[in-house]
Write a protein that binds this ligand. Structure first.
Ligand SMILES: [Zn+2]
Length: 417
C-alpha cells in the first residue's frame, strides 16, 4: 500500500492528485514529502470569491505541514496557482487542505488543537516536534471556528464571575452557561467593569438576553447594574459561595487585627496558626485544626465571636422558604450590628442592601435542579487557577475557550486525535 492510497482514503480532494511520496532528504530521512498536482483540466478557485477563475501564473513550490507519520514529519508540496478573477483581480488560488498563508495544513492544526485539550501547549509542541507558536495558532484557529459554529439557543441560566489573573489587580470576567443540560464557558472579557459585562450582552443579542431566566453573580456593583438593565426579567441570584467568601474575608480581618493588638499588649499569642481552623468548612478541617478550634472557642475573643456569627449564618442556606430565610437573615443582621465587630457589621449591611437578590437563591433553588450554582463555582475555580499563568489576555482567552468552552469540532472523515 502506498502513502497516497492512505491519503486518498483519509482526505481526498477532487481537483487535486497526490503524487508518489519521497524523502525530503534521502540522506537524513527525517521528513516525507508528498507532491500534489492539480487534476488535469481542473480550474483554480479564486480565494477572494470562491469561484472558478481563469489561470494567471504559478508561484514557487511551497511545503504545507501535515500530521506526522511514525514521528516523521510529513509535508505536502505544491506550487500555488494564481488566477485572474473577473471579480477580484489577480488572486492566489484557494486549496482545500489549507487556508490563508498558513504553513500548517488544516488537518494538522485540528490535530494539534485536539491534543492541546489533553496536554499543555508546551507538551504538545514537544511531542510532535513543532513550536509553541504553532500549537497556539492551531488552538486559536479551533476556537475561532468553534465560536463561529456554536449554538447559543436555549440558554436559560448563566453565571458571571470575576477572576483575578496575573499579578496585581487585574481581572477577567467569565460568563458560564449553567443549565443542567449544558454547562460551559460562554464568554471571556478583560476587566470587570460594566463596560466589559455589557459586551457579553451585546454578543448574546437582545432576543437571547430576553430569554434568560436565572443569573447568578456575586455582589460586584458593575455586574448588578448591568444585569438589572439588560436582563431585568431574569431572577438574579447572589450565591452562597460568594457570600461565604465575603464572610471569611471579614473573619480574617478581625483575626489579623486582634492578633496584632494582643501582641502589642504583650498577651499570649492565642491566635497564632488559627487562620485555617477558622476559615475551613468543618469537613475539611484536619484533626489538629479541630483541636485548635475547640481550644480557641474557650476564650472570649472578638475573632471567636465573629466565627460563631458565621457558623450561625450557615443555617440560612438550609431554609426552603424565602420568607423564613428572610426573617432569619434579618435577625442575624440585627445581632451582628450589635456585635461591635466592624468587619462583620460591614457584611451585615451588605446583606441587608441585597436582601431581595439573596432571597432569590431560595426562589431559584425551587425552580432549577440543585447543584447548578455550586457546580458553576467549582468550574470557575478551576478556570481561575489555569488563567493565572497566562501572560497575555489573548492566550488566556484562547486557552479558556478551548477547554471549558465546550466548542464544537468540525465534521471530518477521519479523527486523528
Ligand atoms: Zn474572485
Amino acid at each position: 500500500m502506498q502513502l497516497k492510497t492512505i491519503l486518498n482514503s483519509l482526505e481526498r480532494h477532487k481537483s487535486f492528485v497526490y503524487q508518489e511520496a519521497r524523502w525530503a532528504d534521502p540522506q537524513t530521512k527525517t521528513a516525507i514529502e508528498i507532491p500534489i498536482q492539480p487534476r488535469a483540466n481542473s480550474r483554480a478557485i479564486c480565494s477572494g470569491c470562491g469561484q472558478a477563475a481563469p489561470g494567471y501564473d504559478r508561484l514557487a513550490e511551497r511545503r504545507f505541514e501535515y500530521v506526522p507519520l511514525w514521528q516523521i514529519a510529513v509535508y505536502f508540496v505544491y506550487a500555488l496557482r494564481r488566477v485572474n478573477c473577473p471579480r477580484c483581480g489577480v488572486r492566489v488560488e484557494q486549496v482545500p487542505w489549507c487556508d490563508g498563508k498558513h504553513q500548517l495544513t488544516t488537518t494538522y492544526r485540528w490535530f494539534l488543537a485536539g491534543w492541546a485539550r489533553r496536554l499543555s501547549w508546551k507538551e504538545v509542541a514537544e511531542a510532535f516536534g513543532t513550536t509553541w507558536q504553532n500549537v497556539f495558532r492551531s488552538v486559536k484557529h479551533a476556537v475561532l471556528w468553534g465560536l463561529a459554529h456554536r449554538d447559543l439557543s436555549g440558554i436559560a441560566s448563566i453565571g458571571v464571575d470575576e477572576v483575578q489573573w496575573q499579578r496585581g489587580h487585574k481581572y477577567l470576567t467569565l460568563v458560564y452557561q449553567i443549565d443542567s443540560g449544558s454547562k460551559r464557558l460562554l464568554w471571556i472579557g478583560k476587566d470587570r467593569t460594566s463596560k466589559t459585562f455589557l459586551r457579553f450582552f451585546r454578543m448574546l443579542g437582545k432576543e437571547r438576553s430576553g430569554k434568560l431566566k436565572f443569573i447568578c453573580s456575586d455582589m460586584w456593583k458593575s455586574y448588578l447594574k448591568v444585569i438589572a438593565k439588560k436582563a431585568s426579567q431574569a431572577i438574579h441570584i447572589l450565591d452562597r459561595f460568594h457570600i461565604m467568601q465575603k464572610m471569611n474575608k471579614a473573619i480574617d480581618e478581625v483575626r489579623a487585627g486582634e492578633a496584632r493588638q494582643m501582641k502589642a499588649d504583650g498577651l499570649e499569642p492565642l491566635l497564632k496558626h488559627s487562620r485555617w481552623c477558622l476559615l475551613k468548612r468543618p469537613e475539611n478541617r484536619t484533626d489538629k485544626q479541630s483541636v485548635k478550634l475547640a481550644d480557641l472557642l474557650r476564650y472570649n475573643l472578638r475573632t471567636v465571636r465573629a466565627f460563631l456569627l458565621k457558623e450561625d449564618f450557615q443555617l440560612f442556606w438550609t431554609y426552603t422558604s424565602p420568607h423564613w430565610a428572610g426573617l432569619f437573615m434579618d435577625a442575624w443582621c440585627r445581632r451582628t450590628m450589635r456585635s461591635r465587630i466592624e468587619p462583620m457589621k460591614k457584611v451585615a449591611r451588605m446583606l441587608r442592601n441585597h436582601r431581595e437578590l439573596l432571597l432569590n437563591w431560595f426562589r431559584a433553588k425551587k425552580q432549577i435542579s440543585g447543584g447548578i450554582v455550586e457546580g458553576f463555582n467549582n468550574k470557575a475555580n478551576v478556570t481561575t487557577r489555569k488563567a493565572y499563568g497566562f501572560r497575555t489576555f489573548r492566550a488566556a482567552e484562547v486557552a479558556l475557550y478551548h477547554t471549558p468552552g465546550a466548542l464544537p469540532d468540525p465534521p471530518i472523515a477521519h479523527r486523528f486525535w
